[in-house]
Write a protein that binds this ligand. Structure first.
Ligand SMILES: NC(=O)c1ccc[n+]([C@@H]2O[C@H](COP(=O)([O-])OP(=O)(O)OC[C@H]3O[C@@H](n4cnc5c(N)ncnc54)[C@H](O)[C@@H]3O)[C@@H](O)[C@H]2O)c1
Length: 439
């Protein structure tokens, strides 16, 4: 049995102002985050797309509005203070953020080269690998141990060493690894006791690598974010652990491109009482994420996440004559020439007065990691505040960032972007009281 590791939250007597941002998976979205933060620190860019750093909200009332920057309200770092963020990462290939950013090709090589020193200093630690969940071959850069509990303890040791070396006493961990093969809910996910029994016997059928990182982080009281569609922390057992260790959780699957547009448009069609015959969505992308999603098992994980949004927004139960016979289909095709520059098309077949059909076509030429990076930054900053405010379990107020927002058992996720934003803004005053030790 692995020995107990000290609680991260209480391991340092002196509170540092620095925040460790730990990324499991040092691929396109992680390196685009790190490069962006380094570019902002050098005055080469602005934090475009970051609600936490650029957004405002009304801290007053409708009668007496008081619009303030969220950054000032929560005492988040200014763009000059982003050196308070320190990055650490795991991967299953021996790489660093410079090499990985070049492979990802999400940002220009000239910009990457100008940040070479900062990027190459983030070297991946060996990750947790299981071929059942990731079909890549020739992987040898991963941790070996007696069982999954032992592996989780090794992850914790990486974190504690990082904390000591960088004089950081607070961390947030973001799971940014490749989408894992689809995992059905299992009895081992139901309670912490059953989950730990499966960890002890290294039950590959029910425990994915991302769950091992999650278990390790939560036991140290470190907020955990699942940026991918994998089930990971969205199981009762890990929610139970999060309550025990007062740890906030958020996920799953960043809402960046096609689904973002869908959750902006669909509420408008519904509010006008326009009907929908069908919504056909297809994508081409040529990055490593696209290659992963070429595996039908990984695609199944993604598809579940992408399909869930429309029903909850359109409410066919309330409006059967408008949405009762909706066909919603989502396809993703791996097409290498496009790299990280995804193109997504939507054919939205609507109908109006007297049932006359009409059609809306959307062609979004987007950049996957460019859209994802500011969300990672916001999530790291907001989750740290959630921890300071002693919040634990699924953070529904962060549903704004996700395709399949986590919520407490028995509750339904909110998908509508404007309502998600309202939820987030309503949560901010609750974080303010605890900002004395803020980053
Ligand atoms: N880019 C977006 O807009 C977007 C949106 C939603 C979700 N996501 C999700 O974010 C994740 C990362 O996306 P990406 O574009 O950076 O992918 P990527 O393939 O470029 O990077 C993933 C990295 O994770 C590493 N990895 C795989 N298994 C690992 C493990 N068990 N432990 C540690 N590292 C591991 C891979 O070696 C790779 O370096 C994917 O799951 C993707 O579905 C991305």
């Amino acid at each position: 049995m692995p020995s107990a590791v000290p609680s991260f939250a209480t391991s340092s007597p002196v509170r540092s102002k620095r925040l460790g941002v730990l990324l499991s998976g040092l691929g396109a979205i992680s390196t685009t985050l790190i490069a962006g933060v380094e570019a902002i620190k050098k005055g080469l860019a602005q934090p475009i797309g970051s609600l936490a750093l650029l957004g405002t909200f009304n801290a007053g009332t409708d009668e007496e509005p008081q619009h303030v920057r969220i950054r000032d309200y929560l005492d988040l770092p200014t763009t000059d203070e982003l050196d308070r963020l320190v990055f650490g990462a795991w991967d299953v290939v021996p790489t660093d953020a410079y090499a990985a950013a070049r492979v990802a090709g999400a940002i220009d090589s000239e910009l990457i080269d100008s940040l070479a020193h900062e990027l190459s200093s983030v070297r991946a630690w060996p990750g947790i690998f299981d071929p059942r969940f990731n079909r890549r071959t020739n992987i040898s850069f991963y941790k070996r141990g007696d069982n999954f509990l032992d592996l989780a303890e090794q992850v914790q040791q990486d974190i504690l060493t990082f904390q000591r070396e960088h004089q950081v006493d607070r961390c947030v961990l973001l799971w940014c690894g490749s989408t894992e093969a689809y995992l059905e809910p299992a009895p081992a996910h139901a309670t912490l006791r059953q989950f730990e029994a499966a960890m002890r016997t290294s039950d590959h059928a029910v425990i994915a690598p991302s769950m091992v990182y999650a278990y390790a982080a939560i036991k140290l009281g470190i907020p955990f974010v699942n940026t991918t569609p994998s089930r990971t922390v969205d199981i009762p057992a890990l929610m139970e652990l999060a309550e025990q260790h007062e740890t906030p959780l958020a996920g799953k699957d960043l809402k960046t491109g096609q689904t973002l547009i869908k959750t902006i448009l669909a509420p408008g069609l519904r509010d006008r009482m326009l009907g929908l015959h069908g919504w056909y969505s297809t994508n081409i992308l040529g990055n490593a994420d696209g290659a992963t999603l070429d595996d039908p098992d990984a695609f199944k994980t993604k598809q579940e996440s992408k399909l869930s949004v429309l029903k909850s927004i359109l409410r066919p139960d309330l409006y059967p004559e408008l949405y009762g016979r909706l066909h919603h289909q989502v396809r993703i095709n791996y097409y290498p020439p496009r790299g990280d520059n995804k193109e997504s098309w939507d054919a939205v077949d609507i109908f109006g007065w007297l049932g006359y059909p009409m059609s809306i076509k959307i062609d979004f030429l987007c950049r996957d990691s460019i859209l994802a990076a500011p969300l990672l930054l916001d999530l790291a900053l907001f989750m740290d505040r959630a921890k300071q405010a002693h919040l634990s379990g699924p953070q529904e107020w962060l549903s704004f960032y996700f395709k399949s927002p986590m919520c407490a058992e028995g509750r339904s996720p909110e998908h509508e972007l404007s309502r998600q934003l309202t939820k987030l803004q309503q949560a901010l005053p609750g974080l303010v009281a605890h900002r004395a030790t803020a980053v």
